[in-house]
Design a protein around this ligand. Sequence first.
Ligand SMILES: C[S@@+](CC[C@H](N)C(=O)[O-])C[C@H]1O[C@@H](n2cnc3c(N)ncnc32)[C@H](O)[C@@H]1O
Length: 205
Amino acid sequence: MIRKATDIFSEWASIGKDEGMQRNHWNAVKKMFQILNKDQSQSFSFIDAGCGNGWAVREMLKNPLCLYAMGVDGALGMIERAKKLDPNGNYVFKDLMEWEPKTLVDMVHSMEVIYYFNDPKKIISHMKDKWLKPNGKLIIGLDFYKENMDCHNWPKKLNTKMTLLSIKEWIQLLKNCGLEDVKSYQTNSSDSFEGTLVLYAKKLN
Ligand SMILES: C[S@@+](CC[C@H](N)C(=O)[O-])C[C@H]1O[C@@H](n2cnc3c(N)ncnc32)[C@H](O)[C@@H]1O
């Protein structure tokens, strides 16, 4: 039977595979943080959507302009790990589609999460409408996309559903959500890796 992604990742947390993701994703996330922080002179608040063990929340909090950061994840094991690593941190166990923050934030970040949704437009619109302030920034990192041929077998390998779109289709999807200033980058490309697809956009109002 096809498994829920959050069940798989809860299991991964229990066998320490969250740390491997942290190591493998950090270079791309560094680049994503650079994009977010470019031209950012005012203090800001930040949500990591699908935060895993919460490492990106803790990294962002090292920036003195970041006054508040929190993570949300639908895998209980991941949130338990996050709270163990950082007992005073803000980590919420919830499905992203079923949650909204009490106060809107300036930045939403999500690394290797959004393609687990059957309808990425729905979750991105939800984050735009219910999470982000006007002028807020959204950044999404994806290794699972059409141009990265090596990833096409991942749904079979993991036995879960994933949505495979091309770079052009992702860009159009963000525009269809009403986001502005949409940009895409491929970071960490090499002879053996197509690179992480980074999508950036702003909510204007
Ligand atoms: C590949 S992991 C990436 C975790 C983290 N962003 C990182 O880079 O280490 C994907 C994460 O998305 C979470 N996730 C997937 N679908 C979700 C959903 N519907 N609601 C909340 N979290 C979800 C999983 O539980 C998992 O922790």
